[in-house]
Design a protein. Structure first.
Length: 343
């Protein structure tokens, strides 16, 4: 099966980290997120994927010059201008010459979605498009998808107030499309699949949806990005490879990192060329390549961008995001939704 993977968004919620790196190229325990996403698609029987690129396309193309990511053959469709999610799907599918049922996935979602089961469902309902659903506690941040008992989509409700959500099943960002869907997407203007295409398909009764019980996480915010890293460290998402066997305190350190024996690390990622000083405490922390954490700094639930320096005895709490090359003064105390760095 062929797949369109949407990776063209600007990742504004992950700024400042996404000023220099597209969201799906941010590292997840040492490897770009996109490698986990494509790796799973490969395990699910996807042979060819077209990456739908818009924002910083060269970062993908240069990183994978042999056109293979996570074991899947890829091609690159670079949008001349932002066309919205539906416009992007149409552009990429036409670019790749897709003419059969195909899978569309959001490239920032980690999931072990059962594609075979979704395909069987899609075929049995003679659907034009089928959406994979995931149950969440608070659906108010997502597209909520109520269905009839046999899975026909009744409505597509984007981000409803929590107490008005008709169900807790949300759009999981993975779809099966018949090629005929593409004809329904206007060319030449931005079209949103969530706001236009799905409501139109639901209105004529040809849109279906099926809940998947597997692992699912949208990595698009600092809190969920941290969660994704910890899930990989703890083997919760089934995506961790042999290199992660036998971690101590759910911590992964790149072999080139220099970590003081006197530092205390739990649920931490210490990437390439990082330096972690004496007495440092890290808990739920991602250090991107080349960070320096000076002695006695205490960090919890934070992301530190590439080459950033955290001064001695600084304290960073949830959920600080420190951009590439930034400097936090010795003894400085940061907490809350702190974003350091302008790009
Ligand atoms: P925020 O700016 O933080 O909302 O993130 P985003 O727009 O990058 O991602 P969002 O989660 O809203 O979108 C879901 C998926 O679609 C992500 O994998 C995005 O990269 C991708 N995406 C969003 N808009 C576009 C677009 O216009 N073109 C393409 N090719 N992909 C897009």
């Amino acid at each position: 099966m062929k797949s369109v993977v949407l990776v063209g968004g600007m990742g504004t919620r992950m700024r400042p980290l996404t000023y220099h790196t597209p969201k799906q190229m941010l590292p997840l325990v040492g490897s770009p997120i996109i490698e986990y996403v494509l790796g799973n698609l490969g395990r699910q029987g996807v042979t060819d994927a077209v990456l739908s690129l818009g924002y910083m396309p060269d970062r993908f193309i240069e990183a994978y010059p042999d056109n293979v990511i996570g074991g899947v053959k890829v091609s690159y469709a670079v949008e001349p201008e932002a066309q919205g999610t539906a416009g992007a799907i149409r552009f990429a599918a036409e670019h790749a010459g897709i003419d059969d049922t195909f899978l569309v996935v959001n490239g920032d979602v980690l999931t072990d979605l059962d594609v075979t089961r979704l395909l069987e469902f899609h075929r049995s309902r003679h659907a034009t498009a089928s959406i994979s659903l995931h149950a969440v506690e608070d659906p108010s941040l997502f597209g909520v998808v109520p269905t009839t008992p046999d899975g026909r989509v009744i409505a597509f409700v984007e981000k409803p107030p929590r107490d008005e959500a008709p169900t807790n099943l949300i759009n999981a960002g993975a779809y099966l499309f018949e090629p005929s869907v593409l004809e329904r997407i206007d060319a030449g203007r931005p079209v949103s699949v969530e706001r236009e295409t799905f409501p139109a398909l639901a209105a004529d009764g040809s849109l279906f949806a099926l809940a998947d019980e597997g692992y699912w996480l949208d990595t698009g915010t600092p809190a969920t990005y941290l969660r994704a890293n910890v899930d990989v460290l703890e083997g919760r998402n089934g995506h961790h490879g042999p290199a992660l066997v036998g971690l101590v305190d759910a911590t992964w350190c790149h072999p080139s990192a220099r970590v003081s024996p006197d530092a205390h690390l739990r649920r931490a990622v210490v990437d390439r060329d990082c330096v972690v000083g004496a007495g440092v405490e890290l808990d739920h922390v991602v250090l991107m390549p080349g960070c320096v954490i000076d002695d006695r700094a205490v960090l919890s639930h934070c992301i530190v961008g590439p080459r950033a320096v955290i001064g001695a005895a600084a304290t960073l709490e949830a959920t600080c995001v420190i951009g590439a090359g930034e400097f936090v003064e010795p003894g400085e105390s940061l907490a809350g939704d702190v974003r350091r760095g302008e790009g």
